[in-house]
Design a protein around this ligand. Structure first.
Ligand SMILES: [Zn+2]
Ligand SMILES: [Zn+2]
Length: 353
């Protein structure tokens, strides 16, 4: 997978460089980190077999009254500890990295482009190995534009259910042309966190995995490195393939808690720019986390304003602070990004400019 052009923030805004950048970016769109996903899947499969085998072994020994039987201390030092680490890795990488970061934060601009929150969530999203942040967001924006139509990059109806589910869909020349429109990513390309992780994608994953291995050995890498990759991939497969399976987007409320609210997919297509889909019987953990972040940010700004009355609150809202900002969409003129937040299915006739 070749890296996009190494443009700087001062040159990428020039029209001539846009063209060069997008020519380069287009070549990087199809390949996803499938080798990483394959390695992680093999590691997770082996680990799963080990967990089941050790659980069965302890249960059998409990029946026989042996010392290695399933007790509370054995559980917490064995597969119970692994399950907790897997949950933490999943929550951080899928919840914060994909659901909050790549999806709602970057693709739908619920995070301020230069904020600490954007740095953290883009880093965690990179660890999901679902693709570079800019490509992920652009593909998703095109998906909203053309959902369930032939130009949808990953429509089960047009690309095939299993190709979408296994994440092996490829882009047609027409789809690649849609993806190569600079207007889809003017806000992304000037974001320093996105620039950084776009350029240092592989090294970020590799260094993080080396640190995990150095600190906790193979167990830390499997639980906090490989498992989150596989679970993020599985969630994405379910959302892309099953919620769009018959060419009509639908919700999967039964999986909403596990997907942290991301399977309220019909609601999302109807109101893509909405932050929280909770209500009417829905529990959207991702949206609730974003709302909580907003409230904490407001409280932080009010407190800071009282301590330092001369500090402009708008400076924080516009992401020029180290506060972990979330809902700062209003800082970006909506007219600058005209189409990707359109609601489904009324956006179908819209054409990307
Ligand atoms: Zn969709
Ligand atoms: Zn979306």
């Amino acid at each position: 997978m070749s890296a996009p052009a190494r443009n700087t923030s001062t040159t990428i805004t020039k029209p001539a460089t846009w063209s060069a950048h997008w020519s380069s970016l287009r070549k990087t769109l199809s390949p996803t980190p499938r080798r990483i996903q394959l390695v992680c899947t093999l590691a997770v499969s082996a680990h799963l077999i080990h967990l089941v085998a050790s659980a069965c072994s302890q249960i059998l020994q409990a029946d026989l009254g042996q010392p290695a039987a399933l007790t509370r201390s054995n559980f917490m030092s064995g597969f119970g500890r692994d399950l907790i680490l897997i949950f933490i890795g999943y929550w951080l990488v899928f919840g914060w990295g994909v659901a909050i970061g790549l999806h709602r934060g970057i693709s739908h601009r619920r995070l301020s482009s230069q904020s600490i929150g954007m740095w953290i969530c883009t880093y965690l999203g990179t660890l999901s190995a679902l693709g570079r942040p800019m490509e992920w967001a652009i593909v998703h924006r095109v998906h909203h534009q053309f959902s369930d139509l032939p130009d949808d990059p990953h429509s089960p109806r047009h690309s095939g259910f299993w190709r979408v589910f296994t994440n092996t869909w490829t882009l047609s020349p027409t789809q690649q042309r849609h993806l190569a429109k600079p207007s889809l990513a003017r806000d992304l390309i000037t974001s320093r966190p996105i620039q950084f992780f776009q350029r240092h994608y592989w090294s970020t994953i590799f260094v993080t995995w080396v640190i995990l291995f150095a600190v906790g050995g193979i167990a830390a890498w499997v639980t906090l490195g490989a498992w989150p990759v596989v679970l993020s991939l599985l969630n994405t497969s379910i959302i892309n393939a099953i919620t769009h399976r018959h060419g009509e987007v639908r919700d999967l409320p039964g999986l909403a808690l596990l997907s942290l609210g991301e399977t309220y997919h019909r609601a999302h297509h109807l109101e893509p720019s909405r932050q929280n889909y909770s209500g009417q019987g829905r529990i959207d953990l991702t949206g609730m986390t974003l709302d909580l972040g907003d409230q904490l940010q407001r409280a932080f700004m009010i407190l800071r304003k009282r301590i330092r009355p001369n500090v402009s609150m708008s400076a924080h809202v516009h992401g020029r602070t180290s506060a972990p900002t979330t809902a700062t969409v209003q800082s970006v003129p909506t007219t600058q990004f005209p189409n990707f937040n359109n609601a489904h299915p009324h956006s179908r006739k819209e054409v990307i400019s």
